[in-house]
Design a protein around this ligand. Structure first.
Ligand SMILES: *Cc1c(COP(=O)(O)O)cnc(C)c1O
Length: 391
């Protein structure tokens, strides 16, 4: 590619993500949906929420879905519904959105971080088992009560290994599915592997509303009932708070919007995979490392995260060429102020190494294929320049 064609294209910037484009793509259905809610006059926990809950549970392949105010609230309520509380520890990863660890703390428990597998960016199951063995050896009363894997970037964590460990040690499993709506292992979707799962519908997620929203998914009627109580002040049928709950309700506008967008989720995820294929082909033979995949795990590319040397220089060069990128996440959770006192088992070498080289390329279903090709061309071109100018 010549610099002149680059420059003419760079007059507009390709965003890293673009929820407004998803509004324009489905505008007719969305406008009708929110207008219907406005006219009906019920705005919180009504027929749109119950209908969405049934449709979303059906999509995931689980018995129950409970709409909530956010992914963070979903995780917190899921943990509390399982009875996780003070003195308990929950094994999770530090290479994730901070909300994963916040929710554990908000439930009153403590996160215990383990390292990631450097290829999948998800929890390394071997370390999970080592951490549990170590806990049992050292403490008369075991402190680890649950495992909280994150299906980061849309790639499923190794749920077979994790669920196997959980059943051997009688631990609960909470799946963080905030980035993985529709991802699956051997045809079974994430969200129905563990005891309970949390989803976020933040606008940029694979299924996003236009505000905040979330859902808890489970096959257990008891857990679903507990979550419904906890999301609304701990109320029973008589509006008597028998236990301490919070306000974490999903509203009707967001539910109506989600019902429209859910119909397009499979096609949207297909489109993310098509963009991923364009990136893979375009970056083949370069020094850029593309995400690893397996035949059994269906990746839904919430993010397309590559690894590259001199990442920061590459980012600047791409920005000059009109390609926006982000780093998910620049600071591992265990190095952030609120979590510095949290324990880690076995060191977090791969977590700390990943943040040096990861880069999230533009990825959203409305990104056109020509733009994706341009992004890949710019990366190959820039990576060569960046490396040679550093020599
Ligand atoms: C977005 C996200 C959350 C939190 O969801 P909110 O709806 O923003 O509260 C939790 N975990 C992961 C992995 C996320 O990406």
């Amino acid at each position: 590619m010549t610099l002149t064609t680059e420059k003419s294209k760079a007059s507009r910037t390709i965003p890293q993500t673009d929820p407004h484009a998803s509004y324009l793509a489905y505008q007719d259905g969305l406008d009708a949906a929110w207008s219907r809610v406005m006219q009906r006059g019920r705005y919180v926990l009504g027929t749109e929420v119950s209908a969405f809950e049934a449709e979303f549970a059906n999509f995931v392949g689980a018995a129950h879905a409970v709409g909530t105010a956010s992914g963070t609230a979903s995780l917190e309520l899921a943990l509390r519904a399982l009875g996780i509380a003070q003195e308990d520890r929950v094994i999770t990863v530090s290479h994730t959105a901070v909300a994963t660890a916040s929710a554990i703390k908000l439930a009153g428990a403590e996160p215990l971080f383990v390292d990631i597998d450097p290829h999948s960016y998800t929890m390394d199951p071997n370390l999970v088992e080592d951490a549990i063995r170590n806990d049992r050896k050292r403490r008369r009363i075991p402190t680890i009560k649950a495992i909280l894997p994150v299906h980061l970037y849309g790639r499923p964590a190794d749920m077979k290994a994790i669920c196997d460990i959980a059943s051997r040690y009688d631990l609960r499993v909470v799946e963080d599915c905030a980035q993985a709506h529709g991802a699956a292992i051997d045809g079974r979707q994430v969200g129905c592997w563990g005891d309970i799962a949390a989803f976020s519908f933040y606008p940029t997620k694979n299924l996003g509303c236009f505000g905040d929203g979330g859902a808890i998914v489970t096959n257990s009627g008891d857990l679903a009932r507990r979550c419904r109580t906890l999301r609304e002040y701990g109320w029973d049928e008589r509006r008597n708070s028998r236990e301490l709950g919070i306000n974490a309700r999903l509203d009707e506008l967001q539910a109506a919007i989600l019902r429209v967008k859910l119909k397009h989720l499979d096609a949207d995820n297909e489109r993310r995979r098509a963009i991923g294929d364009v990136y893979r082909r375009g970056l083949q033979g370069s020094s850029i490392v593309c995400p690893s995949t397996t035949a059994r795990a269906l990746h839904v590319y919430h993010q397309f995260v590559v690894r590259c040397e001199q990442r920061d220089a590459l980012r600047i060069r791409l920005a000059e060429l009109g390609v926006a990128t982000l780093v998910h996440y620049a600071v591992p959770v265990h190095q952030q102020g609120a979590f510095q006192s949290c324990a880690a088992y076995g060191g977090l070498k791969e977590t700390e190494r990943a943040v040096e080289t990861i880069l999230s390329l533009p990825m959203f279903p409305q990104l056109d294929i020509a733009s994706a090709r341009y992004v890949a061309d710019c990366i190959v071109h820039s990576a060569n320049n960046v490396v040679s100018s550093a020599c």
